[in-house]
Design a protein around this ligand. Structure first.
Ligand SMILES: *Cc1c(COP(=O)(O)O)cnc(C)c1O
Length: 238
């Protein structure tokens, strides 16, 4: 093993241990999405060899290139890919053709394209609806008020399966301020989960994964705690 592979395997073990401890206290299983944006396919391979099977990517071009790299070089590895970044209409087809989940759906237009462009023969694309829970003007996500209507419309699309909600709360230094949006997401999830048959509440990243699990997250998306700090920006989209 190279030093880099060892570092990734070790960080992954540590993250898994923290998740397991918090999940055990809550009495439930929590899924880890390893966020590999900006890191090369070799790093994803190192994590996969250490037992990680679920990965998240933010940028369509970079993420699709990694999915293709694995299909070509490691078809024996059955990895699960989540698209977790903002998605433009002109990138929906390549994502619908390659990913298993899109966690960042916040507009009907994008959902319709994903449903139409999901290839025949693949299972329905799992989607999460992203909620702008901190109420910031610039951020993506629907408002809690808009959520039920959008969820109903997306649930009617044939090739998508809505699994639940995703949120990226604003970073906060103070614990109470960090927990507030997590609690609000949990309440929103609980208010609608039986109506829509949801099973996934994706919240929690490197800095707040334990708190998110304590507040009821079922899925955490963790990047830097596994792969290290992100040093270079993604390549500009073509
Ligand atoms: C980058 C990213 C993450 C992971 O963030 P870390 O702080 O590196 O764990 C999780 N979710 C989304 C949507 C991201 O863009």
């Amino acid at each position: 093993m190279t030093q880099r592979e060892e570092m990734i395997a070790k960080s992954l073990r540590a993250v898994r241990a923290r998740i397991r401890e918090a999940a055990d206290k809550k009495g439930g299983a929590v899924e880890l999405v390893a966020v590999s944006k900006t890191f090369p396919a070799e790093d994803v391979l190192a994590a996969a060899k250490a037992g990680q099977t679920v990965f998240g990517e933010n940028y369509a071009q970079e993420g699709c290139a990694k999915v293709d790299w694995f299909r070509e070089n490691h078809p024996e590895m059955k990895l699960v890919w989540h698209f977790i970044g903002p998605l433009q209409a002109n990138k929906t087809r390549q994502v619908a053709e390659r990913f298993d989940w899109v966690d960042s759906v916040d507009r009907l237009r994008i959902a319709k394209r994903l449903s139409e462009q999901r290839p025949e023969g693949l299972p329905p694309l799992n989607v999460l609806i992203e909620v702008n829970i901190s109420g910031e003007e610039s951020k993506s996500g629907v408002t809690p008020e808009e959520l039920p209507a959008l969820a109903r419309e997306i649930a009617a699309l044939p090739n998508l399966r809505v699994r639940g909600l995703m949120a990226i709360p604003e970073p906060e230094n103070n614990e109470e301020a960090r927990r507030r949006p997590l609690k609000a997401m949990r309440a929103l999830f609980d208010a609608h989960r039986s109506e829509f048959g949801w099973d996934t509440l994706s919240m929690g990243m490197s800095a707040d994964m334990v708190e998110a699990i304590e507040e009821g997250s079922t899925t955490v998306r963790v990047g830097s705690a596994i792969f290290g700090a992100r040093h270079y920006p993604p390549k500009a989209p073509a």
